[in-house]
Ligand binder design. Sequence first.
Ligand SMILES: [Zn+2]
Length: 236
Amino acid sequence: MLSSLDVLEEILYHCIVGSCIAYLCINKNISSRKDSILFLLIGGFAGISPDITKELLNDNFCHSIWVAPIIGLIIALITRIFKSEIKLYRLWFSMTGAVIVGHLFMDYLDNGLPIFYPIIKNDYALDLVQKGDFFIGGILLIAVFISLALYRKMNVIILIGIIIVISYLGLRTFSKFEVHQELVKTYKGPNLKISIIPQDMFSEYQWFYLVSTDNTSITGTASFFKGLHEVTVNSK
Ligand SMILES: [Zn+2]
């Protein structure tokens, strides 16, 4: 069950990534701070839009890669009503980017989505960060605030925020790989099944693992720096 703080973090996570991507795609056509804020807000809306329709209609169509350009086009057409000086294809590219990176890719990084729905109904997930990862949302929010406050080199400051986020994802990928290798070495066996689930970046252990062999199941935690910490061992 998600708490209201989790829901807020989830909204921030998608909105802020959508804002940054939309802004970076369209910034050459923006000449005022007011327009920058407007496009950050519209990009934020594009970033969260697949979850709005999921809540309202309870289906997975808007989490599908095939539908993302249609959502991007609808938001671009609405934006064009009051920003007619910007070419439609630029708005479309920017809003589709906000939907794909701000939402679909971010869902793929956490606990997954049916990205090829309805052709393939399975969820695809990297399980690399927790849903609504606070570090990603926080870093990009700081970058957006600093860039708006200074109103100079906004695209560079936002790009620096994105580079920090990519480095963080790289660190988590490396750490998950290390934990996986360590588990394979520790619990050798022919039918080894391993699941590694992300935990909060700021908690003592950033991973929770579940290992299943022919005769035991082991759960535990692991951290970036301290290695594995076995919690329970159950015989089957
Ligand atoms: Zn979603």
